[in-house]
Design a protein around this ligand. Sequence first.
Ligand SMILES: [Mn+2]
Length: 305
Amino acid sequence: MTKDIFVVGHKNPDTDSVAAAFVWSRVLNKMGVSALPAVAGEVNKETELAFQKAGVDIPELISEADSVFLVDHNEKSQMIEKVGKIVGIIDHHKLSGPVTDEPIFFRNEALGSSCSVVAKIILEKGMEIEEEEGFLLICGILSDTLKFNSPTTTEEDKEFAMELADILGIDIDDLADELFEAKSDFSGMSLRDIIEADYKDFKMGGKKVGIGVCETVSTNYFEGREDEIIKEIKEIKKEKKADHLFFGVIDIIDKNTLLFCADPDDLKVSAESFGVPKRTNPQILEGVASRKKQIVPPLSKNLEN
Ligand SMILES: [Mn+2]
């Protein structure tokens, strides 16, 4: 049995959750706490590229731990399978309710990424930051804010990324192009892989709602495959025993979302929630580019009433 704390992000990890876990474990180490970074699932190609460029290994994959520090999530449904004790949380998502019996370190801010929250704490503490740590924080911020284009972006996200990029001599535009290209590379992935790569379960008004999203610089891959996609998510809905299931293809350049609904009932929920006609599946959501800020809230509001 190890006494190490595992710093870990959500299942179906994205660059923000893995980078935040890595850098926060380093911060804990500097404070004399024995901690290791971990991931709650296979990482995507963008995260792979970010770590490769940073020159560090992808953290260890875990599914259970005695002691965890959560980053980038606080919902039970998004945590690793078996969690002993939660010793802390750093997040930028809505709160899902109390998850511990004891007081813990807890920091939640409405910033564009968990990496921004980590960067903010490092600055507040006046701590030194290693090159690979700064680099990974920039990657997490750029990835989660879609290079400051997501409606979740705040002035602080820009400030932290710009300041770090300045110190490290990094061209933000070039790095974002590389990251987004990797994010949009579907080679070697099945349709199922793509749908589940960034999939999250939510509780809304007592209902289990599954929402997968795929952020891409081009929706070409999905065009003409509508029936195939709907068939696949119908299957996933059954397997997950979800009450509702959606898959959003987010065009990060044009900032629109194609929201695929598993069945007519989900289509009805989507049309009501987003105020769009029921005619098409996928539903076309103009100006929608964020699950957290633009997809989850209208669905919760509708389903909780
Ligand atoms: Mn995040």
